[in-house]
Ligand binder design. Structure first.
Ligand SMILES: *[C@@H]1O[C@H](CO)[C@@H](O)[C@H](O)[C@H]1NC(C)=O
Ligand SMILES: *[C@@H]1O[C@H](CO)[C@@H](O)[C@H](O)[C@H]1NC(C)=O
Ligand SMILES: *[C@@H]1O[C@H](CO)[C@@H](O)[C@H](O)[C@H]1NC(C)=O
Ligand SMILES: *[C@@H]1O[C@H](CO)[C@@H](O)[C@H](O)[C@H]1NC(C)=O
Ligand SMILES: *[C@@H]1O[C@H](CO)[C@@H](O)[C@H](O)[C@H]1NC(C)=O
Ligand SMILES: *[C@@H]1O[C@H](CO)[C@@H](O)[C@H](O)[C@H]1NC(C)=O
Ligand SMILES: *[C@@H]1O[C@H](CO)[C@@H](O)[C@H](O)[C@H]1NC(C)=O
Ligand SMILES: *[C@@H]1O[C@H](CO)[C@@H](O)[C@H](O)[C@H]1NC(C)=O
Ligand SMILES: *[C@@H]1O[C@H](CO)[C@@H](O)[C@H](O)[C@H]1NC(C)=O
Ligand SMILES: *[C@@H]1O[C@H](CO)[C@@H](O)[C@H](O)[C@H]1NC(C)=O
Length: 690
């Protein structure tokens, strides 16, 4: 269980210092997020933060599929074991650790009592300031977070605090029943099952500067640890008797016990009861850490551009940089699709998405956030991935698709079970790590993961006795998940990526002067090539050119676009065919059908094929690709996944750096921006992409 805690940050005085060549503070502050109306469950809340069970349904074994003439069991949903399958899909899951709000005249403050609301997120210091009126009295709330622990610091200022009618309220929800209905959870948690969990007031804070509540639910137990300054003492009380069956059974009140109009406290969540830092310490430290975040690593300044699209592009860049720091900078694990805001896919992450979520850390010169996750997540998942490959009859490590760190189970699913493109990712990521730090240490650190990855990639393909080549699948699903899994063989992108991966594996061993397994070399050299039909790449083998008229396939042909750009040069891809294919995709893939991370991959491909006009067209297609007022990327299309769509923000950043700093072998500055005089692209601290 990995709690999705929204964490919060604090401001110092706005610095007016110029760092590097670009006046970063001026540009960042221009995009502070200001709201003047209340939000509801359809709006993304503003965030502060630091980026971070049940019976075993052991009857479930998956379902068999014929694979290269052999029966192999895949993690496909078993209609005879619906409950066990669903349990495995939805567990373990993330929970909401707690809600902190206000109480007025003894009950939860409600919307209709609030007037004149204004909320501002100061990006440079990671501070949210909310002001509003209750009963014609001003209330000011400042919310900040801690980069180093799961804690928020909150200050409240109002005459209503002095008179005692305004207090703080804490509440603890329970996870909803994880049926398919709750695959996507907005504001994770429900209040329907008060007797299924317990909260205990273990320290109320009398004559102290701290208090604790313990929350126990099934296998999980944790504490919320509160702390306040000695000068403005608080007291914690429970609103309802311990065995209350009321919907408000787990509500608590934190009230001022001194004659003061302002209070401040730290709310810290941890498995054990601890005395957390004073709020002032967190406020001070985290403002400094946010400032450092903005000063360190890469920056892009488009503000001198005359192009009318430049300001919105700059806004998206700045806000995306903020959101990835809050949602995608965890330790040892990638973010889930909607970051730490809501639960998508039961709060699990997807291994095929890690590049879209996290590669930007490297090209934006913020390698430490990348290194906090890689290769550790693969090391954690290695034993279960080796076991998975073995049980299916292959060597090495077969990486999961939708998963979590506790069990490493690959959530059952028709697509999940046979998706392939997560498998070569470690090579791409390792090459990014090596580019940032080309040392022996980097080579050694990744070696174990890469060796196991390559062993599987050399073991899995099936020798086609007709062609003498190694084939991939069936069964198989490709990037766009829209081909018939039982008959899809040799998908263009997957083949090219497989080849790239095996070549990278060989190169990694050679760099270390180690022996290269013959099998890797043999399979790499004899892998089938991506299918070409009438001079253009086709999604998979066996199609004829009429597939360009098949709307099921052309509704999303991004896998062909990925052959160049996001996929670095490989002998498996012919650049001339790839260029013709990119132009054909431009003709058939209409704006209104491009969604998710489609624009970033199109921009990267367009830049790579020497078409910067098209690259920036995609990055500025604002009518189709929306970011909301707070700068959260919107996925678009079907799916109904809750906001924000973090791979949208993160993939956007990757594409911007690709266009601004270029890629290995690119020439000239800002090769992905048109040279029409309307773009003035200043950048510093970025790395070229692979
Ligand atoms: C928001 O709340 C309303 C009213 O409770 C509900 O009908 C709606 O489905 C909710 N929307 C989301 C996205 O949860
Ligand atoms: C909100 O507060 C007002 C004023 O106290 C009250 O009349 C109303 O019933 C409350 N609404 C809810 C949903 O609690
Ligand atoms: C709550 O507990 C009861 C009694 O143990 C159990 O039957 C029920 O399934 C639980 N509900 C949830 C949502 O866990
Ligand atoms: C709450 O209920 C449990 C189980 O019925 C009982 O053991 C416990 O004593 C009750 N606690 C209180 C404070 O009433
Ligand atoms: C509380 O403080 C206010 C303003 O300083 C003062 O007017 C009032 O008398 C104080 N009340 C008590 C009970 O000390
Ligand atoms: C081997 O490759 C040929 C040519 O691509 C194809 O027609 C045939 O179906 C493949 N064989 C198997 C067993 O997949
Ligand atoms: C794939 O084949 C299996 C039988 O091997 C069948 O049960 C399943 O429905 C097929 N899937 C599709 C999508 O046709
Ligand atoms: C091309 O493929 C389509 C769809 O599989 C098929 O219906 C058609 O007969 C094929 N055309 C030729 C000339 O093979
Ligand atoms: C696609 O359909 C159009 C119109 O129906 C036709 O003219 C064209 O030849 C078809 N293209 C292919 C590659 O089958
Ligand atoms: C702004 O972007 C849109 C969408 O890409 C494009 O149609 C328009 O021409 C752009 N404006 C300029 C001045 O480049």
């Amino acid at each position: 269980m990995r709690p999705g805690l929204l964490q919060l940050y604090y401001a110092l005085l706005a610095p007016c210092v110029v760092f590097g060549k670009i006046d970063r503070w001026r540009i960042v502050s221009q995009f502070n997020i200001v709201r003047t109306s209340l939000i509801d469950n359809e709006t993304t809340p503003l965030q502060v933060g630091n980026g971070n069970f049940a019976e075993l349904p052991s009857d479930y074994k998956g379902l068999p599929r014929d694979t290269y003439g052999r029966e192999v069991f895949y993690d496909i949903p078993d209609p005879k074991l619906k409950q066990a399958t669903q349990w495995l899909i939805s567990n373990p899951n993330r929970i909401n650790l707690g809600r902190i709000g206000l109480r007025y005249e003894g009950v939860a403050l409600n919307k209709s009592q609030i007037t004149n609301p204004t909320q501002e997120l100061d990006l440079w210091s990671g501070t949210i300031t909310s002001t509003f009126e209750v009963a014609e009295k001003t209330v000011k709330v400042i919310t900040q977070g801690d980069f180093d622990s799961d804690a928020v610091a909150i200050s409240i200022e109002s005459d209503l605090v002095r008179s005692g009618v305004l207090q703080v309220e804490l509440d603890f929800p329970y996870p909803p029943i994880h049926s398919t209905q709750y695959k996507y959870e907005v504001f994770a948690g429900v209040y329907d099952f008060p007797l299924n969990h317990t909260t205990i007031l273990s320290e109320d804070g009398t004559d102290r500067t701290f208090a604790h509540i313990q929350h126990i639910l099934q296998e999980t137990s944790y504490f919320i640890n509160l702390r306040w300054p000695k000068e403005t003492p608080l007291k914690l009380s429970r609103n309802e008797p311990p065995n209350s069956t009321a919907i408000i059974a787990h509500r608590y009140t934190l009230s001022s016990v001194s004659n003061t109009s302002s209070v401040a406290f730290t709310a810290h969540f941890s498995p054990d009861s601890r005395v957390p830092s004073f709020p002032a310490k967190i406020q001070d430290k985290n403002a400094r850490e946010w400032n450092a975040y903005w000063r360190d690593g890469g920056f892009v300044d488009l503000t001198a551009s005359s192009n009318p699209n430049a300001t919105e592009l700059q806004r998206r860049i700045i806000k995306s940089q903020y959101h990835v720091r809050v949602n995608s900078a965890g330790s040892g694990q990638p973010p889930q699709e909607s970051g730490l805001m809501n639960n998508g896919w039961y709060g699990k992450f997807h291994m095929e998405m890690v590049i879209w979520h996290l590669a930007h850390w490297s090209t934006w010169g913020k390698q430490k956030y990348f290194d906090n996750i890689f290769p550790e997540v693969y090391e954690t998942l290695l034993p279960s991935s080796i076991a998975r490959a073995k049980s299916m009859g292959w060597e090495g490590a077969r990486w999961p698709k939708m998963t979590e760190l506790e069990t490493g189970v690959s959530s059952p699913g028709d697509i999940n079970a046979v998706l392939m493109w997560q498998q070569p990712h470690p090579f791409y990521l390792a090459n990014l790590a090596y580019q940032a730090k080309p040392t022996r240490d980097t080579l050694q650190r990744w070696d174990k993961v890469l060796t196991a990855t390559a062993d599987y990639m050399a073991s899995y393909p099936g020798l086609n006795t007709t062609t003498g080549k190694y084939d991939l699948g069936p069964p198989a699903y490709g990037v766009t998940e829209n081909t018939p899994p039982n008959s899809t063989r040799n998908m263009a992108y997957e083949l090219a990526y497989w080849r790239y991966g095996l070549d990278a594996a060989i190169d990694w061993k050679r760099k270390q002067h180690q022996t290269v397994p013959d099998k890797w070399v043999h399979v790499a050299a004899n892998l089938a090539l991506p299918p070409i039909v009438d001079g253009l790449y086709a999604v998979y083998d066996g199609l004829n050119s009429s597939w360009w008229n098949d709307t099921k396939l052309t509704g999303d042909p991004r896998s062909l676009i990925m052959l160049q750009g996001i996929l670095p040069d490989t002998p498996a891809v012919n650049p001339e065919v790839a260029l013709r294919t990119a132009d054909k995709v431009w003709d058939v893939w209409g704006d209104d059908r491009i969604r998710g991370w489609g624009r970033p991959v199109l921009a990267i491909n367009s830049a790579k094929i020497g078409n910067p006009e098209r690259a920036i067209y995609h990055l500025t297609a604002y009518d189709y690709w929306k970011f909301d007022d707070a700068g959260y990327a919107i996925r678009g299309g079907d799916g109904g996944t809750p906001p924000p769509f973090m791979p949208g923000n993160a993939g956007f950043l990757l594409a911007v750096a690709y266009c601004a700093a270029g890629w290995q072998g690119s020439e000239g500055d800002a090769p992905g921006f048109p040279k029409d005089g309307s773009w003035d692209v200043k950048h510093e601290g970025l790395l070229k992409a692979l």
